[in-house]
Design a protein around this ligand. Structure first.
Ligand SMILES: Nc1c(NC[C@H](O)[C@H](O)[C@H](O)CO)[nH]c(=O)[nH]c1=O
Ligand SMILES: CC(=O)[C@@H](O)COP(=O)(O)O
Length: 154
């Protein structure tokens, strides 16, 4: 049986964008740090990494669409933090961000990962932004590294 999988190493010439939602930036800034760390530690060059800032998670899909349509980037890592409040707003923002990113990714066939936290409270967000539950930004960029290697094979 042939197993086709990506390597956890960049070639060094890949151009990648991070789309970050500023909302809850106390959290999302940490996700960006994790994503950048992963990119550099897996062979990426800092001059090949761009950070695109949008107001909130709801705006991530449109920024993703414009970045991929422009053809400048080999992959896009999306990060954000949607934290449940007192109203159903959380459900709408989370759903639209998730489905929007998925739909755009399928349209362009380039590596896109979803590192947007959708959590019930700030403590859960902190745990996933560089503490006891890891860093979702780092994890999402590792996914980009793997997909860039994988998609070269087919
Ligand atoms: N409550 C959160 C938001 N809300 C803002 C929306 O994402 C959007 O920017 C606004 O509705 C204007 O279109 N965004 C997050 O990223 N996280 C939240 O917890
Ligand atoms: C995810 C959100 O939009 C949330 O932060 C909004 O809080 P609230 O539901 O209390 O207005």
């Amino acid at each position: 049986m042939q197993i086709i999988e990506g390597k956890l190493a960049l070639e060094g010439n890949e151009k990648v964008a991070i789309v970050n939602a500023r909302f809850n930036h106390i959290i999302t800034d940490r996700l960006v740090e994790g994503a950048r760390d992963a990119f550099l530690r897996h062979g990426g060059k800092d001059e090949n990494l761009d950070l695109v800032l949008v107001p909130g998670a709801f705006e991530i899909p449109m920024a993703l669409e414009r970045l991929l349509a422009g053809g400048k980037y080999d992959a896009v890592c999306c990060v954000g933090a949607v934290i449940r409040g007192a109203t159903p707003h959380f459900d709408y923002i989370s759903a639209e961000a998730t489905k929007g990113v998925a739909n755009v990714a399928l349209k362009y066939g380039k590596p896109v990962t979803f590192g947007v936290l959708t959590v019930d409270n700030l403590e859960q967000a902190i745990e996933r932004a560089g503490s006891k539950a890891g860093n979702k930004g780092f994890e999402s960029m590792v996914g980009i590294v793997e997909l860039l290697s994988l998609y070269r094979q087919f």
